[in-house]
Design a protein around this ligand. Structure first.
Ligand SMILES: C[S@@+](CC[C@H](N)C(=O)[O-])C[C@H]1O[C@@H](n2cnc3c(N)ncnc32)[C@H](O)[C@@H]1O
Length: 232
């Protein structure tokens, strides 16, 4: 069974799961398994796993293939920030590490369908500001339309995300390729499942990555559009 024993809720968000890797920033909790936000609806928990496998995230320790490095190149757009760098050669199409963070859900009334009213069960999870709306470390994990047969809150759109702003692993330091000289995206986010069957985002190599190379993904036009007001 999914349980609070197994998946820590974020009341103690600053607590490290384990000793963080070198160059981990103070004030961010280091995770080795996903953490569930305190307000996460229990009705959505079964969506994060398969029917056959109970939700039981196993620890994923920091891989020896990557390290966290401060960006020292002044021409790099994230100069002075952290980055994720290969410490050894990584072959093409390799799972580098999962993207761990705090799992959270946003429920929104389906105003596009006025005939449908939000499920009363959903109302207790709705309203109030979204604390993840401005996070630079928030990835979308699963979206359900109001009419999706899997949606336990009919009449309500559901969006589940994983936010590593306050708690995460080294994957939170992967930068976007845009503006990094000579570089394209050599890695990408993929939806995957952990050994315990849990749905998660992962960082995969797209090509061979040499020792010393920075791992770079595309955050997507939508990510940048939301920050610059420009979707092109
Ligand atoms: C998920 S974090 C990546 C890790 C970040 N560099 C750090 O030290 O925590 C996303 C943030 O990194 C920076 N960033 C990543 N890629 C960038 C790029 N191509 N151009 C400008 N800023 C970038 C931006 O500040 C962005 O909000």
């Amino acid at each position: 069974m999914w349980g609070r024993r197994r998946l820590c809720r974020d009341g103690d968000v600053r607590r490290n799961d384990a000793t963080p890797p070198p160059s981990w920033p103070p004030g961010v909790a280091y995770l080795v398994r996903p953490r569930l936000e305190r307000a996460f609806p229990k009705e959505l928990v079964p969506l994060l796993t398969t029917n056959a496998v109970p939700f039981n995230p196993r620890p994923s320790t920091h891989p020896s293939s990557v390290g966290i490095k401060i960006v020292s190149d002044p021409s790099h757009p994230a100069h002075g920030q952290r980055s994720l760098v290969a410490l050894k050669r990584i072959s093409r199409n390799t799972l580098v590490l999962p993207y761990l963070g705090v799992l959270h859900a946003t429920l929104t009334a389906a105003v596009d369908d006025p005939a449908t009213t939000p499920n009363p069960l959903a109302l207790k999870y709705m309203g109030g500001p979204d604390p993840h709306a401005d996070s630079d470390y928030d990835l979308s994990l699963l979206r359900l339309s109001a009419s999706d047969i899997r949606n336990p809150f009919p009449g309500t759109h559901v969006s589940i995300g994983v936010d590593a702003a306050q708690a995460g692993n080294a994957a939170r330091f992967v930068n976007d390729y845009r503006g990094v000289s000579g570089a394209g995206a050599n890695a990408e986010f993929r939806l995957g499942r952990g050994e315990g069957g849990e749905m998660r985002m992962e960082v995969w190599s797209r090509r061979d990555i040499n020792k010393g190379e920075e791992l770079l993904v595309s955050y997507g036009k939508g990510w940048w559009g939301a920050r610059t007001g420009n979707s092109s």
